[in-house]
Design a protein around this ligand. Structure first.
Ligand code: GLU
Length: 520
């Protein structure tokens, strides 16, 4: 058995959408599961596919590294690798596509494609020697007129039909000198059949086979060529990537065969669709980048959980929806990845985030409360960590993202100004004369004032006082508790009344009731 090695191979184009991260998560899970099952050398690799210089975006690589770190998807080889395995591995410095020095970990580097030119040239030479590649002298004009002719006659555009007869010798370009493009030559028109771990047994006829560019005139390889070379050199056993690559599989297979490379295992991941399932999810559909969801206060655990279920399920009979990364490492299985498009439902992500917030342990809760300072409102920032933590606990039920923190909590930290229009707009309360509401608040204040400050620590003792108050005033709970709730928070939503009162404490509760009474 080969040691399982998987990779995430993003192009640094500056925007990481959910599909990109799913293409990191699944191979990560496959490698970690293999390790847990006893494959000591199972590894997960990060490779930067930066050969398309026209799409280069400054800072994009940092964003990739940062996002993977935030999610806790540690990789073992490649730039910035920091897993346990990475710590005992070789370190080298390479130049990235813009000439900056980058530190890389692992013995199968470089892990930046632009630093691997010599390797591609070696493979290119092998293909040329075996008659599988040629220097392409076809001019842009010739291609355009052939294309027009194909359109006129309804024939498919196949480059192999206009392949030059006597191509000159091909020499690699350098960063200063351009070269002729190097093209793959399809020598045998045959049908390819292959197995996909997700899509099953697939095949495609010769009609899709065509000569394709291996090395561009800037001397850099195309994705089509580079990934086959790199996956081979880096001993990748499982190629896990988006479904959009399936249609090119016959070309890749022809290339593997021409190079005499054994095919790896293929698994293509279903498209991510709009919530209505009708089209592929695009930027225009409001899908935010992962960085934006992070800034919105989505927890990494929730993001991973959500991405895992975007196209995978644990199998028939399981209703499980909340998965920790450890659950996923145990249960993930490529054979349960679905073929049909996976609907992206942002509301489900928010729901899941809420579920994750509520699931946190006491320690994680306080850690979150301390780490989330950028999300807290001004009042909260000035408060003690203990108090923030306490507030976080009482609002947790309502919290979907950390972005909601200020609106859900600020009134705990800063005494709100009474806003009686809220009462006037309230369906139940607006029917009550103001003086009666005022009397209810006075009774509440007097009764709560009889409790000691220590009684306020306990929501249960507050609850029994509120019950006594209910009996004493003879009011309906919805009226009595709503007016007290307003007087204490002046907010449209707040946690349960006893918890709210317990969190505010005696002095603050009484002061707020007094404020409401004097302004009524
Ligand atoms: N660089 C390609 C992309 O970002 C990688 C595809 C693959 O995983 O092979 O889509």
């Amino acid at each position: 058995m080969k040691n399982i090695r998987t990779r995430f191979a993003p192009s640094p184009t500056g925007y990481i959408h959910v599909g990109n991260v799913r293409s990191a998560l699944y191979p990560y899970l496959v490698a970690r599961q293999a390790f847990a099952d006893g494959d000591q050398n199972a590894r997960f690799i990060l490779r930067i596919e930066d050969t398309d210089q026209t799409r280069f975006v400054a800072g994009a690589e940092d964003l990739i590294v940062d996002t993977l770190r935030w999610l806790g998807l540690n990789w073992d080889e490649g730039p910035g690798a920091s897993s346990n395995f990475a710590q005992n591995s070789v370190q080298t410095t390479v130049k990235n596509s813009v000439g900056e020095d980058v530190c890389e970990i692992g013995k199968f580097g470089p892990y930046h494609q632009t630093a691997r030119r010599e390797i591609y040239y070696k493979y290119a030479q092998k293909l040329i020697d075996a008659g599988f590649a040629y220097a392409d002298t076809t001019s842009a004009d010739d291609i355009a007129s052939y294309r027009a002719e194909c359109e006129r006659s309804g024939q498919p555009f196949l480059f192999r039909n206009i392949r030059p007869d006597n191509p000159p010798e091909w020499t690699p370009g350098t960063s200063e000198r351009t070269t002729l493009p190097l093209r793959f030559k399809v020598k045998e028109l045959k049908k390819y059949s292959w197995h996909d771990e997700v899509f099953g047994d697939l095949s495609a006829g010769a009609e899709v086979l065509d000569d394709f560019i291996l090395i561009k005139s800037d001397g850099l390889p195309t994705y089509n060529f580079a990934h086959v070379v790199d996956d081979n050199e880096q001993h990748i056993t499982h190629v896990i990537r988006g479904q959009e690559y399936i249609s090119s599989m016959p070309r890749y297979l022809a290339l593997y065969d021409a190079l005499g490379i054994e095919w790896p295992i293929f698994a293509h991941l279903p498209h991510i669709m709009r919530p209505d399932g009708k089209k592929k999810l695009g930027k225009r559909d409001g899908a935010k980048s992962v960085a934006e969801y992070r800034a919105d206060g989505i927890l990494p655990e929730a993001m991973l959980n959500f991405l895992a279920l975007l196209g995978w399920n644990p199998g028939a009979g399981s209703e499980q929806e909340i998965f920790t990364i450890d659950d996923l490492v145990k249960q993930f299985d490529l054979s349960h990845v679905q073929k049909s498009g996976a609907r992206f439902d942002e509301n489900h992500l928010f729901w899941m985030n809420g579920a994750w917030i509520r699931k946190l342990s006491v320690e994680d809760f306080s850690k979150l409360s301390n780490d989330a300072t950028q999300f807290w409102g001004e009042g909260a920032k000035a408060a003690t960590p203990e108090f923030r933590n306490q507030v976080l606990r009482v609002v947790a039920d309502r919290l979907k993202t950390l972005r909601d923190l200020p609106s859900l909590t600020e009134y705990f930290f800063a005494r709100p100004t009474p806003n009686w229009t809220m009462v006037d707009n309230n369906k139940q309360l607006r029917k009550m004369p103001r003086y009666e509401l005022k009397q209810l608040l006075e009774s509440a204040r007097d009764m709560l004032n009889n409790l000691t400050a220590d009684d306020f620590v306990n929501a249960d003792s507050i609850q029994s006082t509120l019950n006594e108050l209910l009996a004493a005033t003879g009011q309906k709970p919805v009226i009595l508790f709503s007016i007290i709730r307003f007087a204490l928070t002046w907010a449209p939503f707040s946690p349960g009344l006893p918890e709210t009162i317990a969190t505010l404490g005696k002095a603050e509760t009484i002061a707020r009731l007094d404020d409401a009474i004097t302004t009524a």
